[in-house]
Design a protein around this ligand. Structure first.
Ligand code: DLL
Length: 432
């Protein structure tokens, strides 16, 4: 089903035309209303009059999380505070929070984008949807909430915190859709299975994001809950959830290019790379009023295609993320993305999608351990079975990441569950 906003299906020429106009206006706007941007543009010798269209984007300087931190809290806002109607903030792992301000128009665009994303997942105004992202400064809860409400769906604002209550309401209210992190949905699936409630739920679709997850994990969720699970992407600095989402064909996430202009750049040279080649996603917000961003470096690693999708949409698609350039682990000199580990683990029968990568240092040598939950049956009787599985996992991991790991198999439910963004890495080396 296609959301009946023609922009997602307009011809590439029409879209480029729209992007050109929006970009020229954006440059004009930030030059005159954000001193920091004006100074950065002057440093590279750009005046708004020089910018004729999106082809001039490559001449513009990049914006990073540090630029937001330097201008904490409101220094990059492009409108007076009287026009800002909402603030969100992302905590980050280090330093100050990055603060984002939205005008009324920004909130309207945001909810339209989330509505489009939910439509891709087959969700309509007839659905009852539980929003189980955290509500508050994090953009997940309120972002998904507004988008679902805008669609006309019945929203149950669960937030996170009480999974049993969530499951009870899912059954009692006849909930048909859910928005939460993929790892939380997996935990919800476990609770539903344990309580024998699978045939009592009416769930048919989910929109999951805020953290990396693999195709294997999606298929596992779909199989266990008998639903269609969709990948939704976004980041607070740019807006929140709803920057991109995958359709029923799951061949990459459609990025809403009429609002967010995507570039993929080489991580070292920062030069744009061709379609199909992995690099860092850089986003320019074409319509944002409160906190417009030019060439914002997301640090997320992906590739892009501009080919029309089987669903009919003409907007570009970005591939599932390979991780973030800054959560890439370097273990004994080898680059390791947690998503490579997850992909390898989930291709093995009997392995649960719950794992923890533990990196440490003994003397000068890095240690690399993976704790993995496996089916109970492996602990039941023959030790040989457990050993056999451990060998298979060892081999898969070595092949996937090019590095041997110590594999520790643990019983189901022994690793901590998360209701928000899941944590799959403990890097003790940083603590030294
Ligand atoms: O996580 C916004 C969001 C909420 C997206 C709910 C989707 C659903 P931040 O807290 O600022 O915002 O974190 C943004 O999370 O740069 C990615 O690294 C990661 N991320 C978000 N969605 C996905 C996804 C929200 N679908 C950071 N796949 C981003 C992989 C994702 N990573």
């Amino acid at each position: 089903m296609i959301w009946n906003v023609p922009r997602e299906c307009m011809s590439r020429d029409e879209l480029t035309n729209m992007q050109n106009k929006r970009f020229v206006k954006l440059v004009e706007r930030v030059y005159h209303s954000v001193p920091y941007y004006r100074q950065k543009m002057q440093e590279v010798g750009i005046e708004p009059g020089d910018v004729k269209g999106i082809e001039d984007l490559v001449r513009m300087p990049f914006t990073t999380k540090d630029d937001l931190r330097i201008n904490y809290p409101f220094g990059l806002f492009a409108v007076p505070m009287s026009e800002i109607v909402r603030i969100h903030a992302s905590s980050g792992t280090t330093g100050k929070a990055t603060v984002v301000g939205y005008t009324r128009h920004d909130l309207a665009v945001w909810s339209e984008c989330v509505s489009r994303a939910m439509t891709m997942a087959g969700i309509t105004g007839d659905d009852i949807i539980q929003v189980a992202y955290g509500y508050g400064l994090f953009t997940g809860g309120l972002g998904a909430h507004d988008g679902a409400q805008n669609l006309g769906a019945t929203v149950v604002p669960m937030s996170t915190g009480n999974t049993d209550k969530l499951v009870n309401m899912m059954v009692d209210f006849g909930v048909t859709a859910i928005a939460c992190t993929p790892s939380y949905l997996l935990h919800i699936a476990e609770v539903i299975e344990e309580r024998g409630l699978l045939d009592k739920i009416k769930l048919k679709a989910s929109v999951n994001g805020a953290e990396p997850w693999t195709v294997e994990m999606r298929e596992d969720i779909e199989r266990r809950l008998n639903i269609h699970a969709h990948d939704i992407y976004g980041l607070s600095e740019v807006m929140g959830p709803g920057v991109a989402c995958d359709c029923i064909h799951h061949k990459g996430m459609h990025i809403f290019e009429d609002h967010f202009y995507p570039e993929i750049v080489d991580r070292d040279t920062l030069m744009p790379v061709p379609d199909g080649v992995d690099g860092e996603l850089v986003i320019t917000t074409l319509t944002k009023e409160g906190l417009p961003l030019i060439r914002y470096r997301t640090k997320d690693i992906t590739s892009i295609t501009h080919e029309k999708c089987e669903c009919g949409r003409t907007i570009a698609r970005i591939s599932k993320f390979k991780g973030r350039s800054d959560d890439m682990l370097i273990i004994r000199g080898v680059n390791v993305f947690p998503s490579q580990v997850e992909e390898a683990l989930l291709s093995i029968n009997g392995v649960k999608p719950h794992y923890m990568i533990i990196v440490d240092r003994q003397g000068v040598l890095d240690t690399f351990e993976i704790k993995i939950e496996v089916d109970e049956k492996y602990f039941a009787d023959e030790i040989g079975q457990l050993e056999g599985l451990r060998n298979i996992i060892s081999h898969k991991i070595k092949t996937a990441v090019g590095l041997a790991a110590k594999i520790t198999l643990v019983e189901p439910r022994s690793l901590e569950r998360s209701m928000g963004k899941s944590k799959h890495v403990i890097d003790n080396r940083k603590l030294v």
